[in-house]
Design a protein around this ligand. Structure first.
Ligand SMILES: Cc1cc2nc3c(=O)[nH]c(=O)nc-3n(C[C@H](O)[C@H](O)[C@H](O)COP(=O)(O)OP(=O)(O)OC[C@H]3O[C@@H](n4cnc5c(N)ncnc54)[C@H](O)[C@@H]3O)c2cc1C
Length: 470
C-alpha cells in the first residue's frame, strides 16, 4: 500500500484531466481532481469549446442564415437579436455540461477538490480554496497536470473587459457590437469573426501573416474567405496592430501601415499561454517553456517520470478530443494498463460559418512529398440533400492515391462538415480504397452521399489516366 493518500492527483478538470481521472478510477485507483469552483469542466466547458459552439448554434438558429437560400435574404427567426438571446442558450448548455462532468466524477468516486493547486514537492499538491485559510494538502504516487491555457495578451494593449477583450471575455459582451475588429486569424479568431459577421456586425480581421488557416486545403480556405467577405468581413492580411485607443463609446485600432479602423470593440485572439504559472513547478523539479508549456515524452511523462502532462498545456494540437485521449493514455501508462497510442489520423474541425473539417493529407503535403494523387469533388448543390437543406456552396473533396487507390485525405466545407469527415476517417483508418465508397450504398437523400459522388469523380479521372497509359 502506498504511503500517499491518492494513487493519482489530476490538476485541472478539462477534457484531459477528466479522462485521466475516469480512466484511473475505472482501474480501481484512488483519484482526486483539483480545479477552481467555477471552472469544473475546464476551458472546454466554461469559456472555450462548449460556449463558442453553442453560441454558433444560437446565431445560426436566430439569424435564420441557413434558411435564406430557401426563404429569401430577409428571412430571420428573430428581428432584433440581443446578447441575452444568445447567452440564454449558452448558459443553459454550459450549466448542463458542468453537471454531466460533476456527475461522472462522482459516479466513479473521484474526489473533486475545489481550489488552485500547486506543488509542495514532486508528490504533494497544496490546494488553496476560495476562502482565506481554506487550504488542503494532498499527496499521490502520480500527478497529471492538465491545466490548459489562457489567452495570450500582448503587453502594449490595455484590455478593459468592456471594449478591448480577449477571446475568453467575448462571451461577457453586454451588446452585439455593430462593428468589431478581430486581431488574429487563427481558428478561434475566425470562428468568432464569422459568428459576429452572421449577426450583422461589420467585422475587420487583422492578421500579421499573409494568409490564414494555412494548414487547411487552400481551395476551401478561399471558399471560406469568399463566404465571409459576402457577410461583410474585411481582411487585413500582412498587417500589424500598432495601437488600440478606447473612448467611452468606441475604439480606434491603428495599424503599423497607418490605417485606422473605428469599431465598437476589439477582440484579441493572439494565441494562448500555458497555465503553469500558479503550479510552483520548481518545487516538483519541473520547468515550463517561455509560453508556459510543458514538454512530455511519447507517454505524456514530463522530465519527472511520475508527473504526466496532457491537453493544451503540452501544446499542439490543443483540441478537446485529443486532450481526452491524452488523459486516458497517461493514466493507462501510469498504472501499467496496455493501450494503443493516439490514433495517427486526427480530424481537424473548424466551426466557422460555414464550417470546415479535414482528415489526412492536404494537396500541398502530397505534392511536396511527390505522392501522386487524383482529386474527386462533390458539390452539395448537386446533391438532393444539399438542395433540400439550402446549402449551395458546400463541397467534399477526396484525395485518392493513383497507385493503390487508397484515400489520402478528405476535406469538407459546408453544412455538417465536422460530422461528415468521420466517414472518410473510418475508411482511411481501415486502410480502405476509393472503391469502397464507389460500391457502398448511401442513404438518399443525405449529405453523406457526397462521398459516393466524389469517389465516382475521382475514379472516373483515374480511369481516364489508366486508359491513356495502357
Ligand atoms: C474559444 C475556444 C474554442 C474552442 N473550440 C474548440 C473546438 O471547437 N473543438 C475542440 O476540439 N477544441 C476547441 N477548443 C480547444 C479546447 O477547449 C481545448 O483543447 C481543451 O479545453 C483543452 O483541454 P485541457 O484538458 O487541456 O484543459 P482545459 O479545458 O484547458 O482546462 C484546464 C483547467 O485547468 C484548471 N487549472 C489551471 N491551473 C490550475 C491550478 N493551478 N489548479 C487547479 N486548476 C487549474 C483551469 O481552471 C481549467 O479548468 C477551443 C478553445 C477555445 C478557447
Amino acid at each position: 500500500m502506498s504511503e500517499h493518500e491518492y494513487d493519482l492527483i489530476v490538476i485541472g478538470s478539462g477534457p484531459g484531466g477528466q479522462k485521466a481521472a475516469i480512466a484511473a478510477a475505472k482501474l480501481g485507483k484512488r483519484v482526486a481532481v483539483v480545479d477552481k469552483h467555477d471552472m469544473v469542466g475546464g476551458v472546454c466547458v466554461n469559456t472555450g469549446t462548449i460556449p463558442s459552439k453553442t453560441l454558433r448554434e444560437a446565431v445560426l438558429y436566430l439569424t435564420g442564415m441557413n434558411q435564406r437560400e430557401l426563404y429569401g435574404a430577409s428571412y430571420r427567426v428573430k428581428q432584433d437579436i440581443t446578447i441575452a438571446d444568445l447567452l440564454a442558450r449558452t448558459q443553459h448548455v454550459v450549466g448542463r455540461e458542468v453537471q454531466v462532468v460533476r456527475a461522472q466524477l462522482m459516479r466513479n468516486h473521484v474526489d473533486l477538490i475545489s481550489g488552485t493547486g500547486s506543488f509542495a514537492d514532486a508528490h504533494t499538491v497544496v490546494v488553496e480554496g476560495r476562502h482565506l485559510g481554506d487550504r488542503r494538502t494532498l499527496s499521490a504516487d502520480y500527478v497529471v497536470i492538465a491545466t490548459g491555457t489562457r489567452p495570450a495578451r500582448p503587453g502594449h494593449v490595455d484590455f478593459d473587459a468592456a471594449r478591448v477583450l480577449d477571446s475568453d471575455e467575448i462571451l461577457r459582451l453586454e451588446q452585439i457590437p455593430s462593428s468589431l475588429v478581430v486581431v488574429g486569424a487563427g481558428v478561434i479568431g475566425i470562428e468568432y469573426a464569422s459568428m459576429f459577421a452572421a449577426l450583422g456586425s461589420r467585422v475587420t480581421v487583422v492578421e500579421q501573416r499573409d494568409q490564414m488557416l494555412d494548414f487547411c486545403d487552400p481551395e476551401i480556405v478561399e471558399s471560406l474567405k469568399f463566404q465571409l467577405r459576402d457577410l461583410g468581413v474585411t481582411f487585413r492580411f500582412g498587417e500589424k496592430v500598432a495601437d488600440v485607443a478606447v473612448s467611452d463609446d468606441a475604439t480606434i485600432t491603428t495599424l503599423v501601415s497607418g490605417k485606422r479602423i473605428p469599431a465598437d470593440g476589439v477582440m484579441y485572439s493572439a494565441g494562448r499561454q500555458g497555465m503553469t504559472g500558479d503550479l510552483a513547478l520548481e518545487a516538483a523539479g519541473l520547468t515550463a517553456d517561455e509560453r508556459g508549456r510543458l514538454v512530455v515524452d511519447d507517454y505524456y511523462r514530463t522530465e519527472v517520470p511520475h508527473i504526466y502532462a496532457v491537453g493544451d498545456v503540452i501544446g499542439f494540437p490543443a483540441l478537446a478530443a485529443t486532450s481526452m485521449d491524452q488523459g486516458r493514455l497517461a493514466a493507462y501508462h501510469a498504472f501499467g494498463e496496455p493501450a494503443n497510442g493516439l490514433g495517427a489520423l486526427q480530424p481537424i474541425g473548424i466551426y466557422t460559418i460555414p464550417e470546415i473539417s479535414y482528415v489526412g493529407s492536404t494537396e500541398a503535403q502530397l505534392t511536396s512529398s511527390s505522392v501522386p494523387y487524383e482529386v474527386g469533388i462533390a458539390r452539395y448543390r448537386e446533391l438532393a440533400r444539399g438542395q433540400i437543406t439550402g446549402d449551395s456552396y458546400g463541397m467534399l473533396k477526396l484525395l485518392v492515391s493513383t497507385t493503390d487507390r487508397k484515400l489520402l485525405g478528405v476535406h469538407v466545407f459546408g453544412t455538417g462538415a465536422t460530422d461528415l469527415v468521420h466517414i472518410g476517417q473510418a475508411v482511411m483508418g481501415c486502410g480502405g480504397t476509393v472503391d469502397y465508397l464507389v460500391d457502398a450504398v448511401f442513404n438518399y437523400p443525405t449529405l453523406s452521399e457526397a462521398y459516393k459522388v466524389a469517389a465516382l469523380d475521382a475514379t472516373n479521372k483515374i480511369r481516364a489516366l489508366d486508359r491513356f497509359s495502357s
